[in-house]
Design a protein around this ligand. Structure first.
Ligand SMILES: C[S@@+](CC[C@H](N)C(=O)[O-])C[C@H]1O[C@@H](n2cnc3c(N)ncnc32)[C@H](O)[C@@H]1O
Length: 450
């Protein structure tokens, strides 16, 4: 890519998509961050932003399916970038009806010529024309259920097997399909600055389509652009947040004047929500492991005009050395987790993670919960949340915690959360197919007083 005099980078949207896809496969870079950077760097207009997002996410989301489609047409070894270009091209041929086949082939051949040489361009041309002529192979003849769902939904087999064990085959198929659908953007209204009605009309005046969420009171669903570019956002009236992510702060039930701790707080999505629900009265201590991430909490609090938030950098597994044990009314542990509930937003997760990566997490989650137990006052409430659907990190970690600390009791969430959510033994397990929100887990515990 080169730069023009006006600072814009040159090259097609497909070139940019290919660069991102290469970086994700080669360096295990995060697709959402790269996409954001490319949008800024290439100074793309709204139409090209939408196309780049669709091409990148679509190709990544369907990677295993696309490889299955390509297999009969590729002979011998090909370079990684050529494979990525073919995936990108077949994604358009199969999934994007509005782009004519000849346009896909022409542009891919041009890219192959520019990045490689005539020979590669002619191979790309041959493969794509053969795909158009013959069609892609079907999946019906794959007899093994795990393998078929893995290829059809482009999730690794170990993950499909694990979910089938944990949720059964039907939920697994629905979950894998939901992970390939684009999320709806939702925002939370900062009630210390204005009402949901004010946010709705401000967003509509800025040209967004905005509807009150049918699931979470005070949330707004948006289409027609990125809410980060709205007036309501720059004025601190809204925060972009998935509906599921709004539930932990609601479950915490913090009240004005309370002393609250958020132990895994960055970038501050839930810290700021808690402060808003407390009308910014009281103290919300927000800690995270990394100083650069703690800065993000401060920036968010500043934008939202919240003054009750106190930040700190620490390993929260040792926070009782720094903060007074037994002194907090409410504590949130929004723990580090496998992230298997947010595959829609970060499709690279499904290829990068392994079962081994999950196995070390429950112990970290448990030690954070153990530290929270020390810091909580008798009668105080602790909320544990994750953005994963994995049973081991969720309800099994909750069960281990209750077993290890008999002075903690589970608090059913039926009365504090909106109706119609998937509650299991009083704990919330959202799956991505439930209402369009991320996969999420929330459990609440109270410290006994006697
Ligand atoms: C799920 S994210 C938190 C998201 C945040 N609650 C929000 O809503 O914006 C988990 C966070 O835990 C932090 N973390 C991981 N291990 C930690 C530890 N031992 N002590 C403190 N923070 C930790 C990570 O840096 C990460 O920012």
């Amino acid at each position: 890519m080169s730069r023009r005099r006006d600072g814009k980078r040159q090259g097609s949207v497909r070139d940019a998509a290919l660069d991102i896809l290469m970086a994700v496969s080669r360096d295990q870079a995060y697709s959402n961050l790269l996409l954001h950077r490319a949008i800024e760097d290439y100074k793309l207009d709204a139409k090209d932003r939408a196309l780049l997002t669709e091409l990148t996410y679509g190709t990544l989301q369907h990677r295993l399916t696309l490889d299955y489609y390509l297999e009969p047409f590729i002979r011998g070894k090909i370079e990684d970038w050529v494979r990525e270009l073919l995936r990108l091209s077949v994604y358009q041929l199969v999934y994007l009806e509005r782009i004519p086949d000849h346009a896909v082939v022409n542009e891919s051949v041009e890219i192959a010529k520019r990045r490689g040489h005539k020979g590669i361009a002619s191979m790309v041309n041959g493969v794509l024309r053969a795909v158009i002529r013959n069609g892609v192979p079907g999946t019906d003849e794959i007899r093994d259920w795990t393998e078929r769902v893995s290829i059809e939904s482009s999730h690794p087999e170990w993950l499909i097997r694990r979910w089938a064990d944990q949720y059964g085959r039907g939920e697994t198929e629905r979950m894998a399909a939901a992970n390939n659908t684009p999320p709806v953007q939702t925002v939370r209204v900062n009630r210390t600055k204005g009402s949901a009605e004010e946010a709705l009309s401000s967003l509509r005046e800025d040209g967004f389509e905005a509807q009150a969420s049918p699931v979470v009171p005070g949330a707004v669903r948006i289409s027609g652009g990125n809410a980060a570019r709205s007036r309501a956002f720059s004025e601190g009236l809204i925060t972009i947040q998935d509906e599921s992510s709004m539930l932990p702060a609601m479950a915490l039930g913090a009240e004005p004047g309370m002393r609250v701790l958020d132990m895994c707080a960055a970038p501050g999505g839930k810290t700021t929500h808690i402060a808003e629900l407390m009308d910014d009265r009281g103290e919300v201590f927000a800690y995270d492991l990394h100083p650069h991430k703690v800065k993000l909490i401060e920036e968010n609090a500043e934008r939202l005009g919240l003054r009750s938030i106190r930040t700190g950098t620490a390993d929260s597994r040792k926070l009782s050395g720094e903060l007074e044990p037994g002194s907090f009314d409410r504590i949130l542990v929004d723990a580090p987790c496998s992230g298997l509930g947010v595959i829609r937003r970060k499709p690279d997760i499904k290829y990068a993670k392994s079962e081994q990566d999950i196995s070390g997490l429950p112990d970290i989650q448990l030690s954070l919960l153990g530290e929270a137990q020390k810091l909580l006052r008798p009668g105080g409430i602790l909320v544990y949340s994750t953005c994963t659907v994995d049973r081991e990190e969720n309800r099994e970690t909750a069960a281990r915690f209750l077993k290890a600390f008999p002075d903690m009791e589970k608090l059913g969430l039926g009365n504090v959360l909106p109706d119609g959510l998937r509650l299991e033994d009083g704990m919330l397990q959202v799956l991505p197919q439930d209402f369009g929100g991320d996969g999420f887990f929330v459990a609440a515990f109270r410290k006994r007083t006697e």
